[in-house]
Write a protein that binds this ligand. Structure first.
Ligand SMILES: C[C@H](O)CC(=O)SCCNC(=O)CCNC(=O)[C@H](O)C(C)(C)COP(=O)(O)OP(=O)(O)OC[C@H]1O[C@@H](n2cnc3c(N)ncnc32)[C@H](O)[C@@H]1OP(=O)(O)O
Length: 721
């Protein structure tokens, strides 16, 4: 269907071409063809002196509809190479004999921003969002962005923005010279039209981004910058090619001229959009958008209630981290402890967290003071009468938690939501002694929560839809991705993670080198290997969470003395300077040759009398399978138990909560590259050799028997939502 742009010619001779494909004005071949038609129409009209391009309803354009990318779907929109980028954007728009100005409000991402880059000037609002986000989908900017952005903001900045899919706000874009002026939303169109007329009257320069050189570094500098960018992406992401391809295309423009490079960009886009990396990343993108959709509740059209004041109960490490996140998200926070010294310690930790942000340039001293002014420490419940949300983060004692919830019911207003930052108990059990079950839920921030983008919302069968809507909104305001899980003793995403860590310990105890395991998993694409992860999380935290897991699910966990033996020697992980690795003053990790000593102690304690030569001979891919299939097994249990709403939620959870590589699509999606039969047979084999820990769950066995993939939704999930 064509006709996704409109044209209005104003009395002053400016034609306003509006991209009109709500809600986000996404681009498609049809929209681009309609844009071409509108532009050509305006160019041949004698009464049109200049053209302003904008988007309808306060949104410039969020770029191409990414469903057009990735494998077979991508082929549907295959068209003549370079048609959109060269024929339309470059030769029709940028080369036009009338000036074009982009008026940008809201999102201008990917192809949307690329259209704006080809205009002769750009005006935006200060809160507009601009970015070339294509690499996040395994492709590269395909409408000339690889050539125009470096020419507008300089090569270094452009590389940073493109390689990291970085989004900037209008005001930052102005300082980068990405936009020429900032205007308030209600004056944006007026200023853009005036600017366009000023270009006609030669009062402002007519800039063609593609041929600008004033911001480009010298050739020698450019080569050095490109080389270091190549090394960095190879170091960070050795398994994907699209960042390197993108750097090459940018480099070609600088060395051989932008026109030639536009062709190379078009060719590269054509190829990359059909890659499995693109398919996986597009899957993760949509899975992430799906995750907050709860079919039953969506139909109720409930609006989230405003949460202003949040109380955090408990003064431990986790509480300080939660309080820090809350004040950084501008919530008023009460931090409650029972003991004055603990309260002072907790507040000091919050201050320390904030000071670290100032030290590493992520916040200013003024910002620190503003954040701290939102925090109040208390020793009783007097100030709880107007809190909207309580997050209980006390130590893992059921009776203590139950007592706190009973007190909350007495001291908080009726609308207040009670949550527990739970990891090992059922939320229902925690709230059992109250009559407020409808407003009780779990919120699970993960270890190292300020950097972990995942937040679990644990609902019971009594949690009200309104509370769920409120908590999803709360999570998003905290810039977390909320995943809804049903009450299952807290072992949701953690059960995947713990299984992953337990099997790594099992292999290490039976002779596979710890550092090899880490290196293999890192090469596979995990953010960090399991042992490095244990050090980062802290061995004590692992022991506390793991203990309950082992107690409740002895068949699905592996008991080892490895970690206790390290702890006995004061090796507690990165924070203590030693764990599985040694850490220098800058936190750099290096392997420790003395580790074998602890291995021996652990082996003796577990009665593992010999090093398993079969295991020491495992290939890299076998190590990956042996460590990740049990986690996948756990994920499948969650699907069949209805803990999550849909299997793709666990793909997101594995990426954001475990550090699973997004370019493999998440743990369930990845399983399709093996098939259920292979996975089941491997688990069965290991189960015979190394114990029930590896036994495949019914879900995998059933699917294997029928040769059905683990991702296909043949059975209605049993989620309560
Ligand atoms: C050739 C070119 O160089 C290639 C490109 O242009 S690649 C595309 C670049 N564009 C992007 O990266 C933008 C991605 N989108 C976003 O970041 C966010 O959607 C946004 C910040 C623009 C808006 O966020 P928000 O208001 O929260 O809305 P959000 O829920 O994310 O999106 C609304 C709907 O649009 C969909 N959507 C958003 N961007 C989309 C895209 N680029 N393609 C397809 N669908 C998209 C979402 O899936 C969602 O669909 P649903 O309602 O059916 O679930």
């Amino acid at each position: 269907m064509l006709g996704r742009t409109t044209v209005e010619v104003r009395a002053d001779g400016v034609a306003v071409v509006t991209i009109n494909n709500p809600p986000l004005n996404l681009l498609s071949v049809d929209v681009i063809l309609s844009l071409k038609e509108s532009i050509e129409g305006a160019l041949i009209r004698d009464d049109v002196k200049a053209i302003v391009v904008t988007g309808s309803r306060g949104k410039f354009s969020a770029g191409f509809d990414v469903t057009a990318f990735g494998g077979s779907q991508g082929k549907k929109t295959k068209m003549e190479l370079g048609f959109m980028s060269i024929q339309i954007v470059t030769d029709t728009l940028e080369a036009a004999r009338k000036p074009f100005v982009a008026a940008i409000e809201g999102p201008a991402f990917g192809g949307g921003l690329e259209i704006a880059l080809a205009c002769h000037a750009r005006i935006s609002t200060s809160s507009a969002q601009l970015g070339l986000t294509e690499l996040q989908y395994g492709i590269l900017p395909g409408l000339g962005g690889t050539q125009r952005l470096p020419r507008l903001v300089g090569l270094s900045k452009a590389l940073e923005m493109i390689l990291m899919s970085k989004r900037v706000e209008g005001k930052e874009a102005r300082t980068l010279s990405l936009v020429d002026a900032i205007a308030p939303a209600d004056k944006l169109l007026e200023l853009a039209c005036q600017w366009a007329l000023d270009i006609v009257e030669c009062r402002r320069p007519w800039m063609i981004s593609l041929y600008r050189t004033d911001k480009l570094e010298t050739l020698a500098e450019a080569r050095a910058i490109l080389n270091s960018a190549r090394l960095e992406v190879q170091r960070q992401n050795p398994n994907v090619v699209h960042p390197l391809v993108c750097i090459d295309v940018i480099g070609q423009g600088i060395v051989s001229g932008p026109r030639k490079a536009l062709w190379k960009e078009a060719e590269a886009l054509q190829e990359l959009r059909q890659s499995s990396t693109c398919r996986s990343l597009v899957h993760v993108f949509f899975a992430q958008r799906q995750i907050i959709k709860i079919p039953v509740i969506s139909k109720m059209n409930l609006l989230p209630r405003k949460i202003v004041k949040v109380a955090v109960v408990g003064g431990g490490l986790m509480s300080s981290e939660i309080a820090t996140m809350l004040i950084l998200s501008n919530y008023q926070v009460i931090l409650k402890e029972t003991n004055k010294k603990h309260l002072i310690d907790a507040i000091s930790r919050v201050k320390e967290n904030l000071q670290n942000r100032v030290k590493n340039g992520r916040a200013t001293q003024e910002g620190l003071e503003k954040s701290l002014s939102l925090l109040e420490g208390v020793l009783d419940y007097d100030k709880f009468k107007d809190v909207d949300l309580v997050i209980e983060a006390e130590s893992e004692s059921l009776s203590l938690k139950q007592e706190i919830f009973s007190n909350l019911e007495k001291c908080c207003p009726l609308h207040c939501i009670f949550t527990s930052n739970i990891s090992t108990f059922s939320v229902k059990l925690v709230g059992e002694r109250t009559k407020s079950q409808h407003r009780i839920a779990g919120i699970h921030f993960f270890c190292l929560s300020p950097v972990m983008p995942l937040m679990e919302i644990v609902h019971t069968e009594c949690t009200s839809p309104q509370v769920i809507v409120d908590l999803i909104d709360f999570g998003r305001k905290m810039r977390k991705t909320p995943i809804m899980v049903s009450d299952r003793k807290g072992y949701t995403v953690n059960s995947m993670l713990l299984t992953y860590l337990h099997v790594a310990i099992l292999l290490a105890e039976r002779g596979v080198d710890v550092y090899r395991i880490d290196q293999v998993l890192k090469s596979f694409g995990m953010q960090v290997g399991p042992f490095r992860m244990l050090d980062v999380v802290g061995l004590q935290v692992f022991v506390v969470i793991s203990k309950k897991f082992v107690e409740s699910l002895p068949d699905r966990s592996y008991k080892s003395q490895l970690i206790p033996s390290l702890q006995q020697d004061n090796r507690k992980g990165e924070r203590s300077g030693k764990g599985f690795y040694n850490y220098d003053n800058c936190g750099k990790a290096s392997p420790d040759p003395k580790l074998s000593r602890y291995m021996k102690t652990a082996r003796d304690a577990s009665n593992v009398t010999f090093i398993d030569s079969e295991l020491t001979k495992l290939s890299d891919s076998e190590i990956v399978e042996m460590i990740l299939f049990p986690a996948l097994n756990e994920a499948c249990r969650m699907i069949s138990d209805g803990v999550v709403i849909r299997s793709s939620d666990l793909d997101v959870a594995s990426v954001l909560g475990m550090g699973f590589p997004a370019y493999r699509g998440g743990i369930i999606y990845w399983s399709d590259s093996f098939g259920s039969t292979y996975i089941c047979s491997r688990l069965e084999k290991w189960s015979k050799e190394y114990g029930v820990f590896f036994r495949p769950c019914d879900y995998i066995m059933e699917r294997s028997a029928k040769s059905i993939s683990l991702t296909s939704e043949t059975r209605q999930a049993k989620s309560q939502l």
